[in-house]
Design a protein around this ligand. Structure first.
Ligand code: SF4
Ligand code: FES
Length: 230
């Protein structure tokens, strides 16, 4: 299998370059397995990975021009040479490893946890089946950053627009019946950049490996904010 991989090793070279590899496959099915074989041949190739099954979100990368998870990408779907680059719009630390600091800061900024003002009940906080269903399509996010990294509005305003991933999380806690902080959450998001910079380009929904739709969640937040003002 032919691969062309973005290599950036700041300790040896100031400039990134594309490096070609040809690997003899031994029954590998997923792109991450191919990278693991390559890593055994050339230990200097760097990327993140952990779970190997689409749960941890750490092996997000740009695969033939489209963001995705290497562990969920079947190599039979890929044209060769397979071109691998780090997630666009993120600072590169080394090869396919990007700096996620800003991304996590934005996640933290939406206070991604239930905030309940009432004293806790003796046992768990109960939800009806309908209340539980209200967070379907929101809670499944694995924070891989494929969406934010494919969003032009995020590339242009990475410090001011929160990006689709963080906004999906904001929507997730606003939709949660156990959370009492909806008003303050919406107030915090009511900003020309933080939320309203989304231009509904829809790349986020197109690339999400979990089939989520951050653009729809953002639209829902905008509607709630507009309704509040009447
Ligand atoms: Fe990844 Fe999808 Fe979550 Fe975005 S919404 S971070 S693409 S899982
Ligand atoms: Fe965890 Fe791919 S290695 S999502």
């Amino acid at each position: 299998m032919k691969l062309s991989i973005y290599r950036y090793e700041p300790e040896t070279s100031a400039k990134p370059r594309m490096v070609d590899y040809e690997i003899e496959l031994q029954g590998e099915r997923m792109l991450l397995d191919v990278l693991e074989r390559l890593k055994a041949l050339d230990p200097s190739v760097s990327y993140r990975r952990s779970c190997r099954e689409g749960v941890c979100g750490s092996d997000a990368m740009n695969i033939n021009g489209r963001n995705g998870l290497a562990c969920l990408t079947n190599i039979r779907t890929l044209k060769e040479p397979v071109v691998l680059r780090p997630l666009p719009g993120f600072p590169v630390i080394r090869d396919l490893v990007v700096d996620m600091t800003r991304f996590y800061r934005q996640y933290y900024a939406v206070r991604p946890h239930v905030i309940a003002h009432a004293p806790p009940p003796e046992r768990e906080r109960l939800q009806s089946p309908e209340q539980r269903e209200a967070i379907d399509g929101l809670y499944e996010c694995i924070l891989c950053a494929c969406c934010s990294s494919s969003c032009p509005s995020y590339w242009w305003n990475p410090e001011r627009f929160l990006g689709p991933a963080a906004l999906l999380q904001a929507a997730r806690f606003i939709a949660d019946s156990r959370d009492d902080d909806t008003d303050r959450r919406l107030e915090e998001l009511d900003d020309a950049y933080k939320l309203f910079r989304c231009r509904v380009i829809m790349n986020c929904a197109d690339v999400c490996p979990k089939g989520l739709n951050p653009a729809a969640a953002i639209e829902g937040l905008r509607t709630q904010i507009v309704r509040r003002s009447f």
